[in-house]
Design a protein around this ligand. Structure first.
Ligand SMILES: [Zn+2]
Ligand SMILES: [Zn+2]
Length: 265
């Protein structure tokens, strides 16, 4: 069984047929999905999706694209919202300088640091979004790790080898999306081969970035299987071993997803 470690099931693309989306994921061997928050203000929406679907967990946080909308969100507010059995992580939060209208770097950094503090006080892992921000991200992560440990994943990894290396050294996981299936992504595949196997996760980031052979269509959790097939080949693993490895990694990082001892399977 695979797990889609990062998708956005609240997006309008899925509103018409979420049960169908989840059924197709399960049919493709994707038994669990983590739906990722982009605004703290929408925490109720993510919670409702997870409560309605036993295959889905959720996170709470502010995406860097929303940093200017939620610049002052306090760590204890995030922590309180995360106090739910199916809320298993904090984020996504991070730094993204790709678009010209991005929030100012200082605001993005402040929001990221608040989420890191929330990850620390809750003990929940942080889902980190980093785009065109390699140096700044490395600096903030190293500084914050020095202030107190937290666990995290660099999601939809598309940064440079240096940030991957720094992240691994800091104990972080690295998650690969459909980008790793694209023909031109040779540098990214080289990075994937350098990440220790026990730190690798797989995700769709649906509805964005559908992997080959679905490129250009709306991405959905079922396509985790396609990225997994491609990434397994890159790493020289068979599909079964890759699924076992990445699912074990997922449950180790997002420890709240582990079935309770003694609970019915
Ligand atoms: Zn992201
Ligand atoms: Zn995302």
């Amino acid at each position: 069984m695979l797990v889609d470690s990062h998708c956005h099931l609240d997006f309008p693309d899925f509103a018409a047929d979420l049960p169908g989306v989840i059924a197709r994921a399960k049919a493709a061997g994707v038994g669990g999905m983590l739906t990722i928050a982009t605004r703290v203000a929408k925490a109720d929406t993510y919670r409702a999706i997870a409560e309605a679907h036993p295959e889905v967990w959720y996170t709470v946080g502010t995406h860097p694209h929303g940093a200017a909308e939620e610049p002052d969100v306090a760590p204890d507010v995030i922590a309180r919202l995360a106090d739910h059995p199916r809320c298993v992580g904090i984020g996504e939060a991070g730094l993204d300088y790709h678009y010209a209208d991005a929030a100012p770097a200082m605001v993005q950094e402040q929001v990221l640091r608040a989420h890191i503090e929330a990850a620390r006080v809750t003990g929940l892992p942080l889902v980190i979004h980093a785009r065109d921000a390699d140096e700044h991200m490395e600096r903030v992560l190293a500084d914050e790790m020095g202030r107190g440990r937290f666990s995290a994943v660099l999601h939809c990894f598309s940064s440079g080898a240096r940030l991957a290396e720094a992240g691994v050294e800091l104990g972080l996981f690295v998650s690969f999306s459909g980008i790793v299936t694209f023909r031109r992504s040779t540098a990214l595949r080289d990075i994937a081969r350098q990440v220790p196997h026990d730190r690798i996760l797989v995700e769709t980031d649906a509805p964005f970035l559908a992997p080959e052979p679905h490129r250009g269509r709306t991405n959905e959790p079922a396509y985790t299987a396609d990225t997994a097939r491609s990434l397994a080949a890159t790493l020289g693993l068979d599909a079964e071993a890759f699924a076992r490895l990445t699912s074990a990694n997922f449950h180790r990082l997002f420890a709240k997803t582990q079935p309770k001892a003694g609970a019915p399977a």
